[in-house]
Design a binder for this molecule. Structure first.
Ligand code: 3H9
Length: 688
């Protein structure tokens, strides 16, 4: 026996048939794979010499799900349901052999096998929720029949990839195979099934454990905040509720809800984001095979909040870090904060104390810049002052070995200018982490005029290694993220002067899907960042608030008043101050509609995004979306500002910008690119 089709082989080990899928990169369930599975199982079942069947995958993983790139297209090939029916109703035992990740449709296929065997490094999950979907191939009905309703709710609404050992404990996996010996293990298990005449277990025939109305109500309540705005989590919950019905009825509910999500805007946006995130790694003028600089040792200058957070990223993946400060006290404080962060994680059960010590063991603190001599990557994370940064880079140039990457974490300064301080400008790059740097996923990698391909490629790959989503951007004030944020902040302030209150602006942006609005955010961060009591002249709303010791949440008041539970309450004091300013400037305050608030905060961002593209400071519109989703809380189900603009329609964005320009001036002047796209009837998605 041999090839079934270009991605499927059928071989035999004695009386055990082995169906091997080989469809790189992740064995997704494309039409070809479904055909191969269908024909493979048909042939194996028809062959009298076969007594049991093992399904295994070649390459890095078991089936990682449906082929997302096929969604929305015409259906071709065998249906997944035909494949699953054939497997589940096979008169010969079917064993799924799992390595890598059995995800989504992949796990749903495995759930129609009679048994599942996995290696310890394997993971299983139903991550459809992250694509704005639910498992649409029976997974919502079969998973609860194995792991119970409560676990199923958790798995399906988080999309977590659950380690094999846990799967074994939950009964999702029946047996473990030795790492690297999956095929042998799965074949041996199939033999055991035959020898011991084990039953051909169908998951669909089991009953769901748990799942009282109270369980569902409590789950909804506990997660209301997390699920806010998203359609998919609720649909997943409804499916688990339906799993308490007879199997076929539950399947019908699953199908209806799946189709609703699949044809909706949220899933379209989330699928777009999935591919956009991966596309961001592709740099047209940096070949894929560019040599990487091995990064085995990292140096960080500055043990403050940023430096410490950045260090943790590398320690977490086992890369030693040397952190430099100018004063012992600051160094001790910085190292102490890192330790405390890890210990807090350990208290929450997400690290063992042994792991804490391992990580701290990789960290060295010093007051000597010379200690960075043999670092492969140095990241400067000191305060934003060009002269000081240039001085530091000049010193680094003399100290650090040739071939190393010299990076700045600046969020504002011109890195091309910083690079003039060294004799090797090709080694210089911006690595703009977002605070808290050990938590936030975004990394803006800022290329200068001279950054070498090796330095760029290494930075992008390293980002993935430390769990970040990297986007390559060019040097310009604020780079991509902050440059667009300035536009929103500008209008938030203007709107408040014209009659909207901070809580109106915040509410509109919160309802749009941001975790919080700009004024609530300022209160959280502290209004006194960059404010000085001695020099404050009460010239801005912020100055006056700070002068009243309303410096944000930490002082119990800022733009808002806060109660003892830190609930924000609109403040009459703030309202008075704002009205006073408006009167002084002769502004007539008026009622401002929610629509105007939304347009005036979001459309200038889109316009700025278009300018960034025009200037080549971002490679593609989707890169801008990735920045905003991962660094600024843009709701993923709206796909980022540029995707959102395409949905709203560029003609509308342009028309509104022009109207605001007429009424309020050139702040709203549409970019040439926006004008051009509208004239050509195109969207940002059409840009190549
Ligand atoms: C589903 O199953 C629905 C069913 O319930 C219902 C059916 C009726 N399709 O991430 P990587 C590509 S929904 C197409 O960089 P890693 C990816 O674009 C699906 N392509 O690798 C990339 O391409 P390129 C549920 C896919 O090792 C390449 O593979 N499943 C798919 O860091 C490598 O990807 C999921 O949501 C796919 N399903 O991570 C799982 N998956 O090289 C989605 C990947 O051209 N996938 N590609 O840029 C993942 O989470 C990760 O890819 C995985 C590997 C963990 C598997």
């Amino acid at each position: 026996m041999a090839a079934i089709n270009s991605v499927t082989e059928l071989t035999q080990d004695g009386d055990i048939a082995i169906i091997t899928l080989n469809s790189p990169p992740v064995n997704a369930l494309s039409a070809n794979v479904r055909d191969g599975l269908f024909e493979g199982f048909k042939a194996a079942i028809a062959d009298d010499s076969v007594k049991a069947i093992v399904l295994i995958c070649a390459g890095r993983t078991f089936i990682a799900g449906a082929d997302i790139s096929e969604f929305g297209g015409a259906s071709k090939g065998a249906s997944l349901f035909d494949v699953q029916n054939m497997m589940e109703n096979s008169p010969k035992a079917v064993v799924a052999a799992i390595h890598g990740t059995a995800l989504g449709g992949g796990l749903e296929v495995a759930l129609t096998a009679h048994y599942r065997v996995a290696v310890p490094s394997a993971k299983c999950g139903l991550p459809e929720v992250n694509l704005g979907l639910l498992p649409g191939a029976g997974g919502t009905q079969r998973l609860p029949r194995i792991v119970g309703a409560e676990k199923a709710l958790e798995m399906m609404t988080s999309g977590a990839h659950v380690p094999a050992k846990e799967c074994l404990a939950m009964g999702l996996v029946d047996a473990m195979a030795e790492e690297g010996k999956l095929l042998e293990g799965a074949v041996a298990f199939a033999r055991k099934v035959l020898d011991e005449k084990m039953p051909l277990k169908k998951v669909r025939d089991r009953d769901v454990v748990g799942g009282s109305p109270e369980v569902f109500a409590a789950f909804r309540k506990a997660n209301a905040r997390k699920f806010r705005g998203f359609d998919a989590p609720e649909a997943n919950i409804k499916c688990v509720e339906a799993s308490l019905l007879p199997f076929e009825e539950g399947l019908k509910v699953e199908r209806t809800l799946f189709m609703g999500l699949m044809t909706g805007a949220q899933s379209a946006a989330q699928r777009y984001v999935f591919f956009a995130e991966r596309l961001a790694n592709k740099i047209p003028d940096v070949p894929e095979d560019t040599a990487e600089i091995p990064v085995k040792k990292v140096g960080i200058i500055g043990a403050g909040t940023m430096g410490g957070g950045i260090a943790m990223n590398f320690l977490n993946v086992g890369i030693p870090v040397t952190i430099v400060e100018t004063k012992q006290e600051a160094l001790d404080r910085g190292l102490g904060v890192i330790r405390k962060n890890y210990e807090n994680t350990a208290k929450r059960g997400r690290l063992t104390m042994e792991q804490v010590e391992q990580r701290m063991g990789l960290l060295t603190g010093t007051l000597e810049l010379e200690a960075l001599a043999d670092s492969d990557l140095v990241i400067e994370a000191i305060f934003e002052n060009m002269a000081v940064k240039k001085e530091v880079f000049g010193k680094l140039d003399a100290i650090v070995k040739q071939g190393a990457i010299l990076a700045s974490n600046t969020s504002a300064l011109n890195i091309d200018e910083i690079a003039t301080a060294v004799k090797r400008p090709e080694a210089v790059i911006g690595l703009h982490f977002f605070s808290p740097a050990n938590v936030m996923r975004l990394l803006e990698v800022v290329r200068t005029d001279h950054s070498s391909n090796e330095v760029i490629a290494t930075s992008m790959k390293l980002a993935k290694k430390i769990g970040k989503v990297a986007v390559l951007v060019g040097v310009c004030p604020g780079f991509v993220g902050n440059r667009m944020l300035f536009q929103r902040q500008n209008q938030a302030q203007r709107l408040v002067m014209e009659g909207a209150m901070p809580w109106d602006v915040d509410r509109v942006l919160y309802d749009f899907g941001f975790p919080m609005g700009p004024f609530a955010m300022s209160d959280l961060a502290g209004l006194d960042i960059g404010w000085n009591k001695e020099t404050s002249k009460g010239e801005t709303i912020r100055d006056q608030l700070c002068e009243l010791d309303r410096r944000g949440q930490k002082t119990g008041a800022g733009y808002y008043d806060y109660d003892e539970n830190r609930n924000a309450i609109p403040s009459p004091v703030t309202e008075e101050i704002i009205k006073g300013f408006a009167a002084k400037q002769g502004l007539n305050q008026r009622d401002i509609s929610d629509e105007e608030i939304l347009e005036r905060t979001i459309f200038p961002m889109i316009n700025e995004g278009a300018k960034i593209l025009e200037e080549g400071k971002a490679i593609r519109a989707s890169d801008i979306d990735i920045v905003w989703i991962n660094g600024y809380g843009w709701p993923v189900y709206r796909g980022g500002p540029m995707h959102y603009a395409d949905l709203v329609g560029l003609p509308k964005v342009l028309e509104r910008l022009k109207q605001y320009q007429n009424e309020m001036g050139d702040f709203f002047k549409p970019s040439a690119l926006l004008e051009k796209l509208v004239a050509e009837g195109k969207g940002f998605k059409d840009l190549k």
